[in-house]
Design a protein around this ligand. Sequence first.
Ligand SMILES: Nc1nc2c(ncn2[C@@H]2O[C@H](COP(=O)(O)OP(=O)(O)OP(=O)(O)O)[C@@H](O)[C@H]2O)c(=O)[nH]1
Length: 285
Amino acid sequence: MSRVGILALGPAGVGKSTFCNSMIAYMQSIGRRAHIVNLDPAAEPTEFEFTVDIRDLISLQDVQEELNLGPNGALVYCFEFLLNNLDWLDEEVGQYEDEYLIFDCPGQIELYNHIPVLPTIIKHLQLQLNFSLCATYLLEASFVTDRSKFFSGTLSAMSAMILLELPHINILSKCDLIKDQVSKRELKRFLNPDPLLLSENPTGGNKADFISTNPKFQRLNKAIARLVDDFGMVQFLPLDCSDRDKTDSIKTILSHADDVTQWAESQEPKEPKEFDEEELEELGD
Ligand SMILES: Nc1nc2c(ncn2[C@@H]2O[C@H](COP(=O)(O)OP(=O)(O)OP(=O)(O)O)[C@@H](O)[C@H]2O)c(=O)[nH]1
């Protein structure tokens, strides 16, 4: 193994830092050397210390105070500053050979969807520092068991996938919050769904569901469902970080990350793995 990095991406509060901590705890328990690289200039302290921390270069609070900028403007400034000082990143992460680095990224998804900040950093890590990278994109399970939210979340994941051009693992976080049997059954369908479920008529007739909207939207939704299906990316892995002893979901995600980073290294395309049926069954119980 050379340098391997996993990026934790997704909207604010979805559980990225908790996921990074659970990954580190698990990796350490199996004897892998792994570290967290914090790329969020507004990060709060977490359980595991950051080995590399963008706040040693620049912090959101300093920028806001000194330049009198709002939080979003300050965040963009911080990343532009990082891009102008990539030698700092080289020095900080360059020394980690044969180790896993987990990059905890900010929750402002415009940084990877609209502004080419993360794509530039990723190219730098790959080309200058010889990193084999994969992206994990987290969406909260309780939000996406609703069809329209699932659609919207899948498209945001897809947008990150297209822009970052990395092997990509989609994750439904906080699965422990899905408690009742009906929601668990729904979740099962959304982990490895037939995209056409997005255009079927849901039982229960939720008024907020897109199916009850204008027929033009239904046609649009069906077209997008087909597009999503063609990309073959409508597959999510479940994640539960509520209890450190429950390592099954972390193990599965790490095994996928291992697969795809090796794929990235060898440049040989691999068929996407089918989701483990046993795990689906367990979730439904
Ligand atoms: N029940 C439950 N709560 C979780 C889980 N993962 C994270 N949380 C909680 O969700 C909240 C947000 O988690 P974070 O890890 O800070 O989320 P984040 O995506 O890093 O947040 P930002 O950095 O602000 O974008 C915290 O209160 C966590 O304790 C989980 O698997 N289950």
